[in-house]
Design a protein around this ligand. Structure first.
Ligand code: AVJ
Ligand code: FE
Length: 438
């Protein structure tokens, strides 16, 4: 853990700067009407996300850490995510785009001042440094949310990026065996880990097999073409209801035309790429595919053991490749590319057992509900994670091509409703090991 105040300060400043550069791109690449429009009832207008980022920064850093007087207290309620569901946000008295841009810039100016003057030492060091890291992560998470809005938006492309390098190859086994035994799940030492990733604790797991790579479009297409969406026996009851009510036939954005499967990404229509991980599937679709394949989704603990457990030392590491922060050769992260890489890519990012692409490319649905770890303590307040615990949300692990490294770790937990398909989610499958293998 880093305790040097100047290192903490530099890291916080560069994380805030990187987040703002990305926010700027996402909110200046389209015209005003596209910033204020609601592109889907599932999403906020982009201009809501923009000012919400600034308002949270005002509350958590300017006021709480810096002790400064409020800048725009009258807008707190407009940008309170709990007060207003996404569908009703377009009808709120939102700051127009130009005002939203100058508001977030004004907040940021004061926050950088606070950062410079905050001692970042003594008993409040961790709490204060954490607040800056949390705000940078919060902005990056909304940047991913805004990228989803861009994907849902109709009209010509506003964003472009080169495709990821195809470094697939060398994968020999379809799955790996993770032996039975204890491992350490969660963290108590990662400085910017959020409350729901804490504390570190032991889990005992029986032996299991897990896919070496995420499920590909080619594999998923076999399920589609085998009549998977017409066969109730593969589906959880609520999943089958979702298929029938919405007449689902394939992942979101797919359509069958002229004997070919096409998809639309960021304003461009293209053939579904067989070698890419399947994307834009709900938890119910992932669960149904796994059942059809005679397999199941991994539990969250299984996913994390496959990603972090080092068989040589018996210890858990920060990432599949070790303890180093992510570099471009490890994983497809940070919106450097606007799509996942072919399955089997990023060999430098594989885990000690040979599992690939656990971090980056696509969020991976796991079997379990979003629940607290033993010893959980809400921090800095219950609305971050605690109010979402229970049975309504499934956990996603690993992170997509749209996740920034600052909001990505072997312990990081994302969550969403099991019907959601607009998020950058795919999955991999697992199965119990036989008694002779355990
Ligand atoms: C962790 C992605 C589910 O977007 O609702 C953003 C992150 N929390 N603002 C979300 C978050 C508060 C959260 N997810
Ligand atoms: Fe938020």
């Amino acid at each position: 853990m880093i305790h040097d105040p100047e290192t903490l300060r530099d890291r916080a400043a560069s994380a805030l700067l990187a987040a703002r550069a990305r926010t700027h791109t996402l909110t200046t690449c389209v015209d005003e009407p596209d910033l204020t429009a609601q592109h889907s009832p599932l999403m906020s207008p982009l201009v809501w996300d923009l000012a919400h980022i600034g308002n949270q920064e005002e509350q958590w850093l300017m006021r709480a850490v810096g002790g400064l007087e409020a800048l725009r207290p009258e807008i707190d309620s407009v940008y309170d995510a709990f007060e207003h569901p996404r569908a009703e946000r377009p009808s709120l008295p939102l700051l127009p785009p130009a005002e939203a841009h100058s508001y977030v810039a004004e907040v940021r100016g004061r926050v950088l001042d606070v950062l410079e003057k905050t001692p970042l030492r003594g008993d409040r060091l961790v709490e204060q440094a954490f607040a800056f890291g949390m705000v940078a992560q919060h902005e990056q998470q909304h940047d991913e949310t805004m990228l989803i809005t861009h994907q849902l938006r109709r009209g010509p492309a506003a964003l472009t990026a080169p495709p990821p390098p195809d470094t697939s190859g060398g994968v020999v086994e379809a799955e790996v065996l993770v032996p039975a035994g204890h491992f350490t799940m969660g963290t108590s030492s990662e400085p910017w880990a959020l409350d729901n990733e804490r504390p570190a604790h032991h889990r005992l797991l029986p032996a299991f097999h897990i896919d070496t790579v995420p499920v590909s479009n080619a594999a998923y297409l076999r399920f589609v073409e085998d009549g998977g969406y017409r066969e109730p026996r593969w589906w959880a009851p609520e999943g089958w209801r979702m298929v029938c009510e919405n007449n689902l036939k394939a992942p979101l954005f797919w359509r069958h035309e002229g004997g070919e499967w096409l998809t639309r990404r960021f304003g461009v229509t293209e053939p579904v790429a067989p070698e890419e991980p399947v994307l834009h599937v709900s938890w119910y679709e992932a669960d149904a595919y796994a059942r059809w394949a005679g397999r199941r989704l991994p539990s969250e603990a299984e996913w994390e053991k496959a990603a972090r457990w080092d068989p040589r030392t018996g210890r858990s590491r920060r990432y599949p490749w070790g303890n180093d922060d992510p570099r471009p050769e490890h994983a497809n992260l940070g919106q450097r590319h606007l799509r996942p890489a072919p399955v089997g890519s990023y060999p430098a990012g594989r885990s000690p057992l040979g599992v690939r692409q656990l971090i980056g490319d696509v969020w991976e649905w796991t079997s379990g509900d979003f629940l607290p770890y033993p010893g959980f303590q809400a921090f800095p307040y219950p609305e971050y994670s605690e109010v979402f615990f229970g049975g309504a949300y499934k956990v996603l692990r690993g992170g997509s091509f749209a996740v920034d490294p600052v909001a990505c770790r072997g312990t990081f937990r994302n969550w969403d409703h099991p019907v959601r398909r607009q998020i950058f989610a795919g999955f991999r499958t697992a199965r119990d090991a036989g008694p002779e293998e355990a």
